[in-house]
Design a protein around this ligand. Sequence first.
Ligand SMILES: NC(=O)c1ccc[n+]([C@@H]2O[C@H](COP(=O)([O-])OP(=O)(O)OC[C@H]3O[C@@H](n4cnc5c(N)ncnc54)[C@H](OP(=O)(O)O)[C@@H]3O)[C@@H](O)[C@H]2O)c1
Length: 225
Amino acid sequence: MAKAISAKGISRDDIYITDKVWNTSRGYEAVKEACKKSLKKLKTDYIDIYLVHWPAAIKHHKDWEEINADTWRGMEALYKDGLVRNIGVCNFKLHHLEALEKTAEIMPFINQIEIHPGLPQSELIDYCKSKDIVIEAYSPLGNGKILQNETILKIAKTKSVSAAQICLRWAIQKSIIVIPKTVNKERLHSNINVFNFELSDSEMKAIDRIPYCGGIGIDPDEADF
Ligand SMILES: NC(=O)c1ccc[n+]([C@@H]2O[C@H](COP(=O)([O-])OP(=O)(O)OC[C@H]3O[C@@H](n4cnc5c(N)ncnc54)[C@H](OP(=O)(O)O)[C@@H]3O)[C@@H](O)[C@H]2O)c1
């Protein structure tokens, strides 16, 4: 990554870097230290958006509220010091955000959560929208596990597009940012090519009704890491 950032002919301003603080660096001082280490490794003097990777899991931490609040104070300090241009969270459920709101000076700019057909997360999305928190969907293809779903395949066929394109378009029409992953160049191109067709209301609703059929499936309150 550092090599790509410092490559000749590419201006730093043309690269958007997202980085995350891992669970072993929770708390005011630790989060600041982790970010400074990342900046050193990346050989850059700012990160575009810095995210808390997981909230402290309720299963393991009775004091999860305090831990998250203290970690967030560290994030706010990094933002104020100009080392990160935006701050956000990942995997924060409604109760995590409501708790954070009690102490936060700055609310997260973004919440990166698992969203795909079968896991629409509607209540959390509505809450984030009401607080102007941008939603970013990770595993928008359900980690590849929903691409054989009958409803998705049927709609894909009528539109002459791929099942992956249907999943991505469904999220985009809900004003959600998507970050699909592929190591395949052709798939990368087709995953980007989702702005020349539209899903109708009835197609959107049919996809909304798909039951859970796979994904990463980690409940942030139960995570063992
Ligand atoms: N914040 C978090 O806690 C968190 C957790 C999990 C993931 N993420 C992030 O979310 C991103 C994506 O998540 P993900 O990798 O779990 O799942 P995903 O993007 O939903 O699915 C990736 C899988 O789908 C396949 N795929 C991609 N495009 C395809 C296409 N057009 N047709 C058929 N198959 C296709 C990929 O295989 P090929 O590569 O072979 O194409 C891969 O197996 C990653 O950048 C990851 O870092 C974040």
